[in-house]
Write a protein that binds this ligand. Sequence first.
Ligand code: ADP
Ligand code: ASP
Ligand code: MG
Length: 404
Amino acid sequence: MGLVVQKYGGSSVADPQKIKGVAQRVIETAKDGHGVVVVVSAMGKTTDGLIRLAHEITATPNERELDMLLATGEQVSIALLAMAIETMGHKARSFTGEQAGIRTDAAHTRARIVGIDGDKVRRALDDGHIAIVAGFQGVTEGDDITTLGRGGSDLTAVALAAALRADVCEIHTDVDGVYTADPNIVPEARKLARISYDEMLEMASLGAKVLQARSVEYAKKYGVPVHVRSTFKTEPGTLVTREEPHMEAVIVTGIAHDRGQAKVSILRVPDRPGIAAQVFGAVADHGIVVDMIVQNISRDGYTDISFTLQRTDRDKSVAVLSEVARRVGAQGVTHDDRIAKVSIVGVGMRSHSGVAARMFKALSSEGINIQMISTSEIAVSCVIEDKYTELAVRALHDTFNLAA
Ligand code: ADP
Ligand code: ASP
Ligand code: MG
């Protein structure tokens, strides 16, 4: 008998009817003779609602209390799913992150898993139960509840699959698998039968939220086979796996986009050694993660520095930089939310030249101005004006012939 970890996302458990549907699917898997551990997210957009609620109390919620609040969302889903399964005649037991033995560090709202004690879940399985675990949450050594960053139920599922040595980690969601681009934007996008961990990690980091980036990193580290598939259909989806030789034959595997970033600029900074260190040192001291950086050509001994970051960190970053600007004699700080990042991803890029040039040409043919560029071994990203996102993603999908 094998062991399967199945994760169901928020839209898959959005209402009681859907929860009953998931219960049925889980029971079918158990009837096939597998041990089943189910990880569930909060119902629908519950987490967004809880975050809004917190912000109605204060603009800067205490992060320990925010985690306490956010973790309630998943607790609702596990209890309801356990009830649904029991009603259908199968034994089920729900577990919070703490009960499932998911131990994390104390970095509230973005905690890292430091260990998993899977004994309780194993015992439940041995007793013939379906184990249902709350995604997205863990507990610190001091018994404080933590959360694992947005989309963190994917990480719970992968980490449990690794700890319990499951045969596969199935991520059930509202699309049929990983596509060459977000199928909600590009109707002719093609479902990939397989994608390498590295490409998936890059796609996820660059905005393809079908999997949380950290979960892919974890899967790669522990060699967990991840199968992304539909909650509502039974056909196979996409297998995220080790790179296979033929994968390099394809130059571009997919297009990703990210509309959750902002650009922050510090204007007319004195152009002398040590300034960038002061600017980015201050930003890093506040735990803000910077993505792309551009420094303009110096004029009269002054320059502008711009960078992108997650929009949720924008206010904190502007406040920190305004202080730095005063200290170093810069003119001021501005920010722009109307940006998006579009990226092409593919392991084949390692061995082909001219790929970036084709990307820039495709964007320019649509009259889209590129504000920033960054590259890695297997990706090229451009920051553009947000209103062109769909146009850019479709143009790139077309240029690299990704449709079926
Ligand atoms: P869940 O609630 O199940 O975790 P998410 O909303 O986090 O689901 O992720 C699924 C969504 O990811 C899809 O609805 C789709 O819009 C988006 N997505 C973005 N890029 C891709 C891609 N390349 N392939 C499939 N889905 C993608
Ligand atoms: N409910 C959490 C979120 O919305 C975790 C998840 O869905 O994976 O981010
Ligand atoms: Mg998700």
